[in-house]
Ligand binder design. Structure first.
Ligand SMILES: CSC[C@@H](O)[C@@H](O)C(=O)COP(=O)(O)O
Ligand SMILES: [Zn+2]
Length: 209
């Protein structure tokens, strides 16, 4: 996709996530890979409902800034996007958002894994089983973002997550895909799972496989 359209696509996605309450108060960041070694990422601290093309910074896979409008710095969480692009060649778009449900679900995790509900909808995350038993990786949050990225790097070097996403406890979820649309679908499906788990817990019904 043309670079201009890629940034417009990211800005449109951010606005829709903002309207769903997933990117309030400048929370979250979005990126899209351009060439093999570079990606656009949202500038740090920008309002996610009002992004324009100047609110994207071009960086390489080492996180070095290639292009930035004056006063714009790359997202403070750029290192997390780097780890995903480095380990998962199919990932071309990465969305990180902060929903209430994702943050509640972190409390349901055991040993760094959140068991997803055994729903047919997991098919959209690449799991075609009728009674899927899938665990989403959950990482500890650290004020030092590089430490979160390092822990992700270590885990991803062992195994890529079974679905295109990962949770950071008390922080938010990150989902990825091969293009803008598939990254959005993956994020929506994970968020659906989180809402399901929170509501199931509220109803005190067991959903663990
Ligand atoms: C609302 S503060 C949230 C930030 O600390 C961070 O977690 C976040 O997602 C946005 O950081 P940013 O540097 O704007 O990309
Ligand atoms: Zn964040």
């Amino acid at each position: 996709m043309h670079h201009e359209n890629l940034r417009q696509g990211l800005a449109l996605a951010a606005r829709s996530f903002y309207e769903r309450g997933w990117m309030l108060g400048t929370a979250g960041n979005l990126s899209a890979r351009m060439a093999e070694e570079t990606f656009w990422i949202t500038a740090s601290g920008r309002p996610k409902d009002l992004l324009d093309t100047e609110d994207f910074v071009s960086v390489n896979l080492q996180g070095e800034v290639l292009l930035a409008a004056s006063g714009r710095k790359p997202s403070a969480e750029t290192s997390i996007h780097q780890v995903i692009y480095q380990h998962i060649p199919e990932a071309r778009v990465v969305f990180h958002v902060h929903s209430i449900e994702a943050n509640l679900c972190g409390h349901f995790a055991r040993n760094g894994q959140l068991r997803l509900p055994p729903l047919e909808m997991l098919k959209g995350l690449g799991i075609p089983d009728s009674e899927p038993e899938i665990d989403l990786p959950v990482f500890a949050n650290h004020q030092d973002v590089a430490r979160i990225a390092k822990e992700m790097d270590t885990v991803f070097a062992q195994a890529i997550p079974p679905v295109p996403g990962a949770l950071i406890h008390q922080h938010g979820v990150t989902a990825w895909g091969g293009d803008l649309l598939s990254a959005r679908h993956h994020l929506e499906l994970l968020e659906y799972c989180f809402r399901y788990l929170v509501q199931a817990k509220a109803l005190a019904i067991g959903v663990q496989a």
